[in-house]
Design a binder for this molecule. Structure first.
Ligand code: AP5
Ligand code: MG
Length: 214
């Protein structure tokens, strides 16, 4: 099963993608997590990506597309994957479609998690992220068992650099300009499904399960 998660920053793509990956036994591939891991490890890619991420801008397509095409070619992605945060421009979507078509494959579902902009800022200010394993919590809506500590790997939780309100506003406008057109793109491919992302985390996941079946 090959899935693309769509939705504004903070819509819950990462939260739901993790549950989908666990339930269906497929890898969760998040470009944001990959870039953050590179920043944490001080790599050249991380240094370049950080310049854009800290401003709420997109990392250029040429640093992003090959990375994902390479990742989905790994053996653990043979049965499928859930892509979170990629594609987020039309050229990225086309690069993905072309790479898949070359192998006679296609995306099965593009799941658009819909959350109005006014809900987003509150979600971001309460989010706490683990930069080691990519797990995400929320001080109010999804608290970790021990404050400030990741339930999954035990590392410390942080407020992401790009979750400051002024950067979130930039990310939202970049989303509307560059990523929202993908809703039409995947509608055209006949694979778009929409989910109300304002519901509770578990309810959103139930809706996704109904769509995916099993
Ligand atoms: P990325 O890491 O992908 O960030 P994003 O798209 O801005 O999305 P977020 O991770 O902020 O939100 P999310 O939808 O995953 O929500 P979450 O589940 O955490 O990208 C970061 C940056 O990297 C980009 O700005 C860009 O610079 C760069 N980048 C990445 N990919 C790129 C690409 N392909 N091309 C170019 N640049 C790229 O949930 C948010 C919070 O809400 C959490 O605290 C969660 O617990 C809570 N929550 C979730 N669901 C609910 C719910 N139903 N009810 C209440 N709370 C909820
Ligand atoms: Mg995320």
């Amino acid at each position: 099963m090959k899935i693309v998660m769509l939705g504004a920053p903070g819509a819950g793509k990462g939260t739901q993608a993790k549950q989908i990956a666990d339930t269906y036994g497929i890898p969760h591939i998040s470009t944001g997590d990959i870039f953050r891991a590179n920043i944490k490890n001080g790599t050249e890619l991380g240094r370049k990506a950080k310049e854009y991420m800290d401003k709420g801008l997109l990392v250029p397509d040429e640093l992003t597309c090959d990375l994902v095409v390479d990742r989905i070619s790994q053996p653990d992605a043979e049965k499928g994957y859930v892509l979170d945060g990629f594609p987020r421009t039309i050229p990225q979507a086309e690069a993905l479609t072309n790479a898949l078509e070359a192998r006679h494959e296609k995306i099965d579902y593009a799941i658009d998690i819909e959350v109005p902009d006014e809900n987003i800022i509150r979600r971001m200010s309460g989010r706490r992220a683990c930069l080691t394993c990519g797990a995400t919590f929320h001080t109010e809506f999804a608290p970790p068992k021990v404050e400030g500590v990741c339930d999954v790997c035990g590392d410390k939780l942080v407020l992401r650099e790009d979750d400051k309100p002024e950067t979130v506003a930039n990310r939202l406008s970049v989303y509307h300009e560059q990523t929202q057109p993908l809703i039409d793109y995947y509608t055209g491919k006949g694979v778009l499904v929409e989910v109300d992302g304002t519901l509770d985390i578990d309810v959103v996941f139930e809706k996704i399960r109904e769509i995916l079946g099993a």
